[in-house]
Design a protein around this ligand. Structure first.
Ligand code: PHB
Length: 369
């Protein structure tokens, strides 16, 4: 077997992943409306991928207000929770582990999908020209410009924190192994962290302590709703996504990682900008500083192939690596890596929306006799 390190177990929280190959969160937009219920097809989709050390689900709304994309699931109603439980059970039946990624899209939303058709909330009423995905009358995915957001009131911010905590409670009840807080990619938490979209003068803006406050209060609330062994967080330092230059420099990034580390979550998941633009990997020195700033498990992601993943782990800069695109088309990615087998190519047209095509019909390796 080559790439051996990838197939060794790794500690996370108070449990263990059977290998270091993680399925990255992938938005697939097949949930059922009304209700934002995960599609029954998702049972097969996720359980096909249960040989991963950890599956992280597609980004999942923590409230009706958190919704930005038609077809994304939620985890804030009994019906959604029941649908997730079936998915979780099917992954566990195949000895897999699964985390749900908890999402609030903030301004990457549209009034048509918001409660009462109001403008979505953000840190401030700043439009960065982001786009989101809706469905047309035939149910096909269309890309539209986001609605200019309004500044969240202090009561609404409190409610966001409660919504993340309640979603964590539901995730625990549904049997998930972890929750992952989505603090990356220019969505709500990143909008508060960014100087561009956060122009507030109150305790949630104005300086970096205040801009980090929402992320840290959400982290604290999720840990209180479950415990630190079962909560992870994803950030995407120094990348550009959703038209939001996530900005900051190494110093700000290390500062917020140190703040996160004070809560000692089970893992830190770093989405490197490579997956968007293919450039700007971090320097070895920077990885080393991240490692020094955060003691628990680190998952790296962003344009990795098997060789780069192996190197990153052997260099001790990460404990596990998440693969996104490769997991769309290769349910048996772990087996393919272990056998150095070729990977299936994914079909672009079926990534978002649609049915089983391009979702649960990618071929697995034929077993050799
Ligand atoms: C997407 O729908 O393309 C998407 C959603 C959530 C992310 C990144 C990308 O964090």
């Amino acid at each position: 077997m080559s790439h051996e390190i990838l197939f060794t177990p790794v500690a996370i929280g108070n449990s263990q992943l059977k290998n270091r190959i993680v399925m990255a969160p992938l938005t697939r937009l097949r949930s059922i409306e009304p209700g934002d219920i995960p599609s029954p097809l998702a049972i097969e989709y996720y359980s096909q991928r249960a040989s991963a050390g950890l599956i992280i689900t597609e980004a999942t709304n923590v409230s009706a207000q958190a919704k930005g994309y038609q077809g994304a699931p939620g985890i804030h109603t009994d019906e959604q929770q029941a649908a997730w439980k079936k998915i979780v059970d099917s992954v566990h039946a195949k000895d897999g582990k699964i985390a749900v990624q908890l999402w609030h899209t903030g301004s990457v939303s549209h009034k048509n999908v918001q409660p009462n058709h109001s403008a979505p909330i953000s840190a401030s009423a700043v439009s960065v020209g982001s786009r989101t995905s809706l469905r047309d009358d035939n149910g096909n995915v269309i890309r539209v410009e986001s609605t200019t957001p309004r500044e969240a009131s202090l009561d609404e911010i409190k409610q966001v924190i409660i919504d993340f905590a309640n979603a964590t409670q539901r995730a625990k009840e549904a049997g998930f192994d972890f929750v992952e807080i989505h603090g990356a990619h220019g969505y709500l938490l990143a909008q508060f962290w960014s100087e561009i979209t956060n122009q507030r003068q109150d305790e949630y803006g104005d300086n970096r302590e205040n801009r980090a406050r929402l992320t840290l209060e959400v982290l604290d609330a999720c840990i209180k709703a479950w415990d630190k062994e079962h909560v992870g967080i994803r950030i995407s330092p120094m990348g550009e996504f959703n038209n939001l230059d996530l900005g900051h420099n190494e110093e700000d990034t290390l500062w917020i990682i140190e703040k996160i580390a004070e809560y000692s979550p089970a893992y830190l998941h770093i989405s490197e900008s490579d997956w968007v633009d293919g450039i700007s990997s971090y320097s070895p020195k920077f990885y080393k500083k991240i490692r020094q700033a955060f003691n628990n498990t680190i998952i790296a992601a962003g344009g990795y192939d098997v060789n780069k993943a192996e190197k990153r782990i052997n260099d001790s800069y990460a404990d596990a690596v998440a693969f996104g695109r490769a997991y769309i088309a290769n349910p048996d990615l772990v087996e393919r890596f272990s056998q150095d087998a070729p990977l299936n190519e994914s079909y672009k047209e079926t990534i978002y929306g649609g049915d089983e095509k391009g979702y649960i019909d990618y071929p697995i390796l034929q077993t050799k006799n």
